[in-house]
Design a protein around this ligand. Sequence first.
Ligand code: ZN
Length: 44
Amino acid sequence: MITKITEFFRNLPTKQCHECGKEIEEQHECYGNSCNECLNVVDL
Ligand SMILES: [Zn+2]
């Protein structure tokens, strides 16, 4: 049921970056558990 699916995603907790804890937008989920800022971090 479409309604149930919508409620399911709505009830999901906000995804947070595994590195800094910053909220991650849905569109970034394909990158894993890190936000763009952390993903762009280069080891110095
Ligand atoms: Zn981050």
